[in-house]
Design a protein around this ligand. Structure first.
Ligand code: NAP
Length: 308
């Protein structure tokens, strides 16, 4: 029996782990892939205080090592069922059932799909949701990046030294990304013989090819004109959706599937807390995920004190 089970080893979960372990709690982290979550696949981070610039993999490794130093136990497995309404919280995974007095859900979010015909067919054959993971497969090739948020803009910069031509395709004419990074991309796109081409008010209508992607059809939403671009790879960076499918009938979620908490990270179930991107909130950043994680850990400590 653990004091606390943390599900999800991104910055929120790892911060909770560090705080709870330092409070001498017995903590288990359950992570389905690699520690760091979305951060681990972010190429370069320039807005996490204390680091002018650090790769996502380095930052998440540092967080994981710090938690390990304090005695973190980790199980790398996928959760298949939650039984968390009663006092003993049970988490069923592919590798067994684990029990704790409290639980923090820091499940993060996973990539949203374009919802274009044959998208699934081309995954791994031209369609990717992670430029830092798959970018190197497209050396000197033509790529498109879809989206207008921070991920799409950072992907542009990451792929700049790898790809031949880059088409940034965004459905509106204004971007929601951070302005400093956007300016860097716009400067490159406005240079003579640019390698980056920005297509605004545009959407991907079709993916074409045989075994591998060969081209995409893009529609300008205003003129309704379509054009076919010779493209080897499409990086879809259109946001993420929370990984809360298993919690749908268990816990209170908002209309988009995000977990609803109060400012103490408490959910509607006693002893169950949520932290990070999986939570309904206005700003999803590494620093806000860490903040959530610290608060959730503090709330767990207060809750555990009421049990003894
Ligand atoms: P995001 O901020 O939600 O942006 C998604 C983009 O995709 C938006 O521009 C959106 O268009 C567009 N979009 C959504 N659905 C679409 C569809 N079906 N077809 C075409 N376009 C679509 O997602 P993100 O860039 O992945 O970022 C996720 C979160 O992580 C954000 O909070 C972001 O700030 C954070 N992040 C931070 C960093 C960093 O701090 N260094 C790096 C990466 C990500 P509209 O603008 O029209 O809605």
């Amino acid at each position: 029996m653990y004091d606390l089970i943390i599900v999800g080893g991104g910055p929120a979960g790892l911060t909770s782990a560090i705080y709870s372990l330092r409070a001498k709690k017995k903590v288990l982290l359950i992570e389905k892939m690699i520690p760091g979550g979305q951060v681990a696949i972010t190429s370069n981070i320039e807005n996490y205080p204390g680091f002018d610039s650090i790769s996502g993999m380095d930052l998440s490794t540092k967080m994981f090592m710090q938690a390990n130093k304090h005695g973190l136990e980790t199980v790398f497995s996928e959760v298949i069922e939650y039984d968390i309404k009663s006092n003993i919280k049970k988490v069923k995974t592919n590798d067994g059932v684990f029990e704790a007095k409290a639980i923090i859900l820091s499940l993060g979010a996973s990539a949203r799909q374009l919802d274009v015909k044959d998208e699934n067919k081309y995954i791994g054959h031209g369609v990717s949701y992670c430029a830092t993971c798959d970018g190197n497969f497209f050396k000197n090739k033509n790529v498109a990046i879809v989206g207008g948020g921070n991920t799409s803009i950072e992907d542009c910069l990451y792929l700049y030294d790898i790809a031949k031509e880059i088409y940034l395709i965004h459905r509106r004419d204004s971007f929601r990304s951070e302005k400093t990074t956007l300016e860097k991309v716009k400067t490159l796109a406005n240079a003579p013989n640019p390698k980056i081409h920005i297509l605004t008010n545009s959407v991907v209508k079709e993916l074409k090819g045989n075994n591998n992607l060969d081209s995409i059809v893009v529609e300008n939403k205003i003129t309704k004109q379509t054009s076919e671009l010779k493209i080897d790879g499409v990086f879809v960076a259109i946001g993420r959706k929370p990984d809360t499918e298993l919690l749908r009938d268990v816990i209170e979620l908002d209309e988009n599937g995000y977990i609803i908490t109060d400012e103490n990270m408490s959910t509607n179930i006693k002893g169950v807390y949520a932290a990070g991107d999986v939570r309904k909130k206005s700003l999803r950043q590494i620093v806000t995920a860490c903040s959530d994680g610290a608060i959730a850990s503090f709330s767990v400590n207060s809750y555990l004190a009421t049990l003894s």
